[in-house]
Each structure stands twice: as structure tokens, then as C-alpha cells.
Design a protein around this ligand. Structure first.
Ligand code: GDP
Length: 297
């Protein structure tokens, strides 16, 4: 389970305090040190950890909790509030266009879960809003990507637009958008290519597609299992594209989970959804407060 170790260590650090009636300066310092180490070990980025600990210190000082009554509970509340704030406070909904179709472009490294997420999100909209999405298969480099999207579309009864692997993805996107217009689809998803790592050719292609499609949403898919790299990848994509949000995948796996805490802080972009399994229904809206509670256990 994600966060298992982090939750364990945070609750131990806080238990050191809650076992006491009053908190002395040195108790708080010791707990903060332990929290800091726990976060770093969970792959939360270093600058984020630094900021987080400083914020807690500041709040604890401001609340004048030292030596006061209920001090331990107050510290737990401060940690909970700061975790929530770090992840963005409120859930951020999907951007929607005033007129159809709302265009959602996916980006991310190969294997991050783009294709799976396209299917999950389209299926969610279909279930919840009776939406009529069209999926555009524009990942022409990974041989199985188009087949994978077509199989998923067939299973979920969602149409997929593809022109095979020999057509330029820019042209596929243009044609796919024309098809969506003709069919009056209310959502269009563009499944783009990924690479093993960020490179210029990939970014140029994604920038071109964004220019052609003028998407309402550019969602970056990031694999939580990749630890510190997840945050670095998100930073790299955020520097090149006008991302509107992030989908953090594979939070069901045995990940240390740090990306959930750093991505918003490092990129300024909200996590909008989390992938928690391989099934089409395993996609959830990201609620910072619920995630903070889950992390604190
Ligand atoms: P893409 O290359 O970015 O399009 O990645 P895919 O969509 O093909 O996903 C790569 C692998 O990750 C597939 O085996 C997916 O089933 C798996 N995957 C995607 N999202 C999740 C998730 O949230 N949890 C788990 N456990 N596996 C996932």
C-alpha cells in the first residue's frame, strides 16, 4: 500500500507528542526532525520538505501551543492542515469548454499510464454525465498503444479515432477533431506519445499538438512508483507545456508516495485525479484533505 511507511513514521513522531500533557520545545524539535526524515524517505522533494517543516514551526509558534493545554492535538491539526495546503486545499475539477467538444490532451512518459487513464477518465464521464467522448489515438511510436486504446474503447463502448502508425500525429489530431465535430462528441481525448525520458523531439511534437488542438485541459500522467523522478518529470513537462493538471497513477502500488506531496508545490499544477488500479473504474478525484487524512492514518 502507498504511504504505509510514511504513515507509520508520522504517527510515531506525533505519538511522541500526544503521549504528553504538555509539549516542550525539545519535544517539538525532536518530532519535527522525525517528520522531516520520514518525508524525505518517502521521496518528497527536498525544497518541499524544508518549506513544510518551516511552515509547521511557524504555525506552532503562532499558536503559542508550547506548554499549553491540548498542545499535542494542536500539533496534529497543524500537520494535517499543512499537508492539505501542500496538496492544494480543494479538489480542482476538470476544465470544461463552453461549447463542445471539451478537448483533453494527455502527456507523459512511456508507461506512466496515459492510455489507461484516457480510457478511465472517458469512462468516468460516460458513466457520470452520459458523455459521448471520442478518443484520438495519436501515439504512433509505441507499437501496441493504438491497439491498446482500440481494445479499451471497444470494451467500454467508446469510439476511438485512429489512422494507424504511418500518419503524422499532428494530422491524426486534426482529422480526429474534425470527426468529433461532425459527430458532435462532447469530449475529445488525445492520447499522445511518450518516451522513456523527456527529449526535445517529444516536447516539440506535444507543443505542436497543443497548438493545433487548443486543448481545454493538458493533463500530465505521472507514475507515483518512480519516486523522486515523478516530481522531476512533472517539473520538466510543466516547463515546456501549459499543463492544467496532473494525474498521479499507480497509487495502489507499493509506492512511497512522495510525489503526491511534492508535485503541486514544485510545479504549481494541481493533481486532479489519482489512478489506483488497472481497471477502468480505478480512477478517483484527488481530494487534498482526504489524502492528508490517509497519509496521517
Ligand atoms: P502509457 O505508455 O503512458 O500509455 O501507459 P499505459 O496506459 O500503457 O500504462 C502502463 C501500465 O501501467 C499498464 O500495464 C497499465 O495497466 C498500468 N497502469 C496504469 N495506471 C495504473 C494504476 O493506476 N495502477 C496500476 N496498478 N497500474 C496502472
Amino acid at each position: 500500500m502507498a504511504f504505509e511507511n510514511l504513515t507509520d513514521r508520522l504517527s510515531k513522531a506525533l505519538k511522541n507528542l500526544t503521549g504528553k500533557g504538555k509539549i516542550h520545545e525539545e519535544d517539538l524539535q525532536a518530532s519535527l526532525k522525525e517528520i522531516r526524515l520520514a518525508l524525505l524517505e518517502a521521496d518528497v522533494s527536498y525544497p518541499t520538505v524544508k518549506k513544510f517543516i518551516a511552515a509547521i514551526k511557524e504555525k506552532a509558534k503562532g499558536a503559542e501551543i508550547l506548554d499549553g493545554l491540548n498542545a499535542p492535538q494542536q500539533v496534529v491539526k497543524i500537520v494535517n492542515d499543512e499537508l492539505t495546503a501542500l496538496m492544494g486545499e480543494e479538489a480542482v475539477p476538470l476544465n470544461k469548454s463552453e461549447k463542445i467538444p471539451t478537448i483533453i490532451m494527455m502527456a507523459g512518459l512511456q508507461g506512466a499510464g496515459k492510455t489507461t487513464t484516457v480510457a478511465k477518465l472517458a469512462y468516468k464521464l460516460k458513466r457520470e454525465e452520459n458523455a459521448r467522448p471520442l478518443l484520438i489515438a495519436a501515439d504512433v511510436y509505441r507499437p501496441a498503444a493504438i491497439d491498446q486504446l482500440e481494445v479499451l474503447g471497444k470494451d467500454l463502448d467508446i469510439p476511438v479515432f485512429s489512422e494507424g502508425t504511418d500518419v503524422d500525429p499532428r494530422k491524426i489530431v486534426e482529422d480526429g477533431l474534425a470527426e468529433a465535430k461532425a459527430n458532435k462528441n462532447d469530449y475529445v481525448f488525445i492520447d499522445t506519445a511518450g518516451r522513456l525520458q523527456i527529449d526535445e523531439a517529444l516536447m516539440n511534437e506535444l507543443k505542436d499538438i497543443a497548438k493545433i488542438a487548443e486543448p481545454d485541459e493538458i493533463l500530465l500522467t505521472v507514475d507515483a512508483m518512480t519516486g523522486q523522478n515523478a516530481t522531476e518529470t512533472a517539473e520538466g513537462f510543466a516547463n515546456a507545456l501549459d499543463l492544467t493538471g496532473v494525474v498521479l497513477t499507480k497509487l495502489d502500488g507499493d509506492t512511497r508516495g512522495g510525489a503526491a506531496l511534492s508535485i503541486r508545490d514544485v510545479t504549481g499544477k494541481p493533481i486532479k485525479f489519482v489512478g489506483q488500479g488497472e481497471k477502468p473504474t480505478d480512477l478517483d478525484v484527488f481530494y487534498p484533505d482526504r489524502m492528508a487524512s490517509r497519509i496521517l492514518g
